[in-house]
Design a protein around this ligand. Structure first.
Ligand SMILES: [Mg+2]
Length: 188
């Protein structure tokens, strides 16, 4: 299985109406490194698909985004021995949106191509309705976490078009569910 993750609100604290502009502003949520390590141990590739309009808007440059992501990689490696296999980001500003920017499916399709995974073999975990829309457009299975914008997303009511969506409390909870399912399958 290929595991695709949104970044802000799933791995790290989401700032409504602001961006993570430096490594210091990236605050990891509890248990995230360990959850990714469990996916690594299971042999499932893990990739991020993250909208970062702050790059297209010129708020940070791509070099800073790379620093933030290198720091994220260092921290989960140090905390939990975890690694992320690939990071896809959409720098598109709102005035120049391509299909790579979620709710478009472009980044998810790139990830599936890179890892030779079909949509049926792919799960997307996010906290926003746009994540669920992107995953629906790409044909992947969807899990909404209640961290970040997740509680608000759930309370607002998910559009019928994105259903079915599995609800999880957090990334560690989502990962536990996926690993448990896998065990069930093995028993059957
Ligand atoms: Mg998010």
């Amino acid at each position: 299985m290929l595991i695709l993750l949104d970044r802000d609100g799933v791995l790290n604290q989401d700032y409504p109406d602001d961006y993570v502009k430096s490594p210091a502003e990236l605050i990891l949520l509890p248990g995230v490194g360990e959850a990714i390590a469990q996916l690594n141990a299971r042999g499932w590739p893990v990739a991020l698909c993250t909208n970062q309009a702050c790059v297209g808007k010129g708020i940070i440059d791509e070099a800073m985004l790379t620093r933030i992501h290198n720091d994220l990689r260092d921290r989960i490696a140090r905390d939990a021995g975890a690694h992320i296999d690939a990071i896809f980001f959409a720098p598109d500003p709102p005035w120049a949106v391509t299909d790579r920017r979620k709710p478009g499916p472009g980044m998810l399709r790139e990830a599936m191509r890179q890892f030779h995974a079909t949509p049926e073999q792919t799960v997307f975990i996010g906290d926003a309705v746009t994540d669920m829309q992107a995953a629906t457009a790409a044909g992947c299975r969807r899990i909404l976490v209640r961290t970040g914008k997740g509680k608000k997303t759930q309370a607002a009511g998910l559009p019928e078009a994105v259903l079915p969506v599995t609800i999880a409390e957090s990334l560690p909870d989502a990962v536990a569910r996926l690993l448990h399912e896998e065990t069930d399958e093995t028993i059957r």
